[in-house]
Each structure stands twice: as structure tokens, then as C-alpha cells.
Design a protein around this ligand. Structure first.
Ligand SMILES: [Ca+2]
Ligand SMILES: [Ca+2]
Length: 374
């Protein structure tokens, strides 16, 4: 459950959505601390469900969004005093109005107290008109003060077409040889030399030599419909080590637990990159795994392109990838903001991002044939 997301499309809130809420609303000096205060866009106002017992653990707000919406992430702002900060909540949905038929969509148990910063939780998807936000625990047991509640919808996929959603996302590998960190495969640098002329690690990852089933994976922060994955292989030496490889896509951070995109793939040794079509497989984690004993995994870049909803169905291309397609990987922060506001990474809290390399612009051929191995 990451505290950031790709595609920060938040619903425009409407305090009229609130149809019910727990407790009585405190009124003080003419100000009502009602549930609408959690939906007013003002972090200076909050909901205070008074007259609920200690450890009530069922402080809820029921919302009628007036039409069905697909929600994929939720953001909360705590008051920041720990006494009234939320520790856990459950989001529920109902397809029907009162009497509702509530189903759990997601339960979150790691909401941080002592901060009033926005905390974002994703990794779920649900569609409904009626939603219930239930606070199931506060850090102290006293009633919550909820400053802001935000509901997030799916990113607008047509706007993401042609955007590498793996760029600078958090990446991992089963082991790291020297300084060849997992993050080098999402640093935006498609240079296929492991070491530069000064023998410094530059652009490629590297696991320890001779592992069983070495893997590398990236957390996209959000499940996407993935159209294709482009892998840049080492060219300074050892290009044969990649063969054969598998691509796994799914919502598990355990690479091999996720379904494979296709079978075993091979790349020609002198071919710097390969584009693998994944037919709109859905997943938050994209992994590359070398099946077998005594394998060594080195990746110079992994790009993940999502399916545009404008693309016709699953009959789309498999090996009909057109070569020499130019793909511009927009990595300049300012222009990225301006042209593709849907690919915005928001770090709700101070998180270590020191493995994110400085953005670089690159234009490369992003499309190559691949050979499936029987
Ligand atoms: Ca507020
Ligand atoms: Ca790289």
C-alpha cells in the first residue's frame, strides 16, 4: 500500500455527497465540525464526531457520489496531534442506496499519526455510487479529527499513451552487485554500457553472478493496463546472459507469483533493445526474471508503456511491432507537468527518494522484434 500514486486524478469533491456520519457534530462559536468539513478542500477545518465512546472504532462517513465512480486510491489528512489521528480505516462500497449493501474494498492499517500531511493509499479498484469511509482505529482510541478526505479515480489512460510509467519508480532486484542498483533500469538513461569510460556504474543494473532465478522488478505505484515492456540489454559485454527471460506482471511484489507476459523470450546479442507486447495485462508490478540456475541479470533500462483506451481490443499487435518508431521519453519535470499532468508523483510524506536518478531526456528506438522460444 504505497503512499504515492501515479495519475493523481482526484474527484472534485462536493460536501453534498455526505448523506450520513457517525457521532454528533460539535458546534463551537458558530462553526460546525461536521463531516462536510472533511470534504471542503480546507486543511484548516475538520470533522469531529463527538459523543462516541472511547475505541468506538466505527466512525464513518457515508457518501453518495450521485453516479457510479471507479476509485483506485484514497487520500487522508490527519489532524496531526496523535490523539485524534486515524490509524486504520476501511473503505466500503454499495451499489444500492439505503438500505445499503456494503462490501469492503480496501482496509488500511498503517495510517501515520503525528502528521497533517496528505497520505495516499492505492492498490485497489472499486466501482460504485455509494461509499462508506469507516475509521476503524485511532492512534489513541479517542474520536478522530479528519481534516481532509480525497477520493481518486483511475488515470486517464489516453493521456498516458506513449508515457513510460516505470520511469524513476521504485525498483528492486534479488541482489545487487557492486553499485549496479536496481534503480539504474528506470533512470531514463538507455545507455547500454554497464560502466562508462571512467569505469563508473552508469546505466545498468547487475545482480550477483550465478544466482538461481535472479529477478528485477519495478513498483509502478498503481495497477496499469500494460501494453508493452521495452528492455534495454547490456551491449558492452555478456549480452547473451539475458536469454531466456520472462516478464511477469501483476499486483504481487513477488515477481514469480505474477502471471507471465508470454513465454520465454530471447534477444539477439547485438540488439540493444526488445519490445514485448503484453496485450493489456493488468498489474502494479512489472518484473523481469531469468529462470534457471546460475543466471546473472543485468538490465540497462526497462520501460513500461500502458495501453491507451483508444487502442482496439486484444487482437492488437503481437509481433507486428514497427521498427524505428521514435519514442520520446519526456523526463523534464516542468514540461512533464505541463503536458501530462496525469503522470504526477506525489510524495505525501518525506520519503527517501535518493535512488531516483536525475532526470535526463532521451530519444530512442523503442520497438524491436522479439522471438518466442518454444
Ligand atoms: Ca477540511
Ligand atoms: Ca538505465
Amino acid at each position: 500500500m504505497g503512499k504515492f500514486w501515479v495519475g493523481g486524478t482526484l474527484l472534485s469533491r462536493d460536501s453534498l455527497w455526505v448523506v450520513d456520519s457517525a457521532g454528533t457534530q460539535r458546534v463551537n462559536s458558530g462553526v460546525t465540525y461536521d463531516a462536510a468539513k472533511a470534504l471542503d478542500g480546507d486543511t484548516g477545518t475538520f470533522w469531529n464526531p463527538q459523543d462516541t465512546e472511547f475505541r468506538h472504532n466505527n466512525w464513518y462517513i457515508t457518501l453518495d457520489l450521485t453516479a457510479p465512480h471507479t476509485l483506485t486510491h484514497i487520500a487522508v489528512n490527519n489532524y496531526g496531534d496523535t490523539t485524534h489521528d486515524i490509524a486504520a480505516f476501511t473503505l466500503q462500497k454499495s451499489q444500492v442506496g439505503s438500505p445499503y449493501n456494503w462490501e469492503d474494498v480496501v482496509s488500511v492499517k498503517n495510517v501515520q499519526g503525528g502528521t497533517d500531511q496528505r497520505q495516499v493509499f492505492g492498490g485497489f479498484q472499486g466501482t460504485a455510487r455509494y461509499w462508506k469511509f469507516v475509521i476503524t482505529r485511532t492512534h489513541s482510541g479517542y474520536q478522530p479529527y479528519l481534516t481532509e478526505l480525497n477520493l481518486g479515480t483511475s488515470p486517464d489512460l489516453p493521456h498516458l499513451s506513449g508515457v513510460n510509467v516505470a520511469l524513476t519508480r521504485k525498483a528492486y532486484q534479488t541482489s545487487t552487485s557492486g553499485a549496479a542498483a536496481a534503480s539504474y533500469a528506470v533512470d531514463g538513461d538507455t545507455n547500454t554500457r554497464l560502466l562508462d569510460s571512467a569505469f563508473r556504474h552508469q546505466s545498468c543494473t547487475h545482480t550477483h553472478k550465478g544466482e538461481a532465478d535472479p529477478s528485477w522488478w519495478v513498483d509502478l505505484g498503481f495497477p496499469f493496463m500494460i501494453e508493452r515492456v521495452v528492455i534495454f540489454n547490456r551491449q558492452d559485454c555478456c549480452s547473451e546472459r539475458l536469454n531466456p527471460f520472462n516478464i511477469h506482471i501483476g499486483d504481487s511484489s513477488q515477481v514469480s507469483a505474477n502471471p507471465k507476459c508470454g513465454a520465454n523470450y530471447r534477444i539477439n546479442g547485438n540488439q540493444p533493445s526488445i519490445s514485448v507486447w503484453c496485450q493489456g495485462m493488468r498489474g502494479r508490478f512489472v518484473g523481469v526474471r531469468l529462470p534457471g540456475l546460475f543466471r546473472t541479470l543485468s538490465l540497462c533500462e526497462v520501460q513500461v508503456f500502458v495501453r491507451s483506451t483508444a487502442t482496439p481490443g486484444d487482437s492488437a499487435v503481437n509481433s507486428t511491432c514497427v521498427d524505428n518508431t521514435s519514442i520520446t521519453t519526456s523526463t523534464d519535470k516542468s514540461s512533464n507537468e505541463a503536458t501530462t499532468p496525469f503522470v504526477k508523483t506525489e510524495l505525501a510524506q518525506k520519503e527517501s527518494i535518493n535512488d531516483v536518478a536525475a532526470p535526463k531526456s532521451s530519444i530512442q528506438k523503442g520497438c524491436r522484434q522479439y522471438d518466442a522460444v518454444n
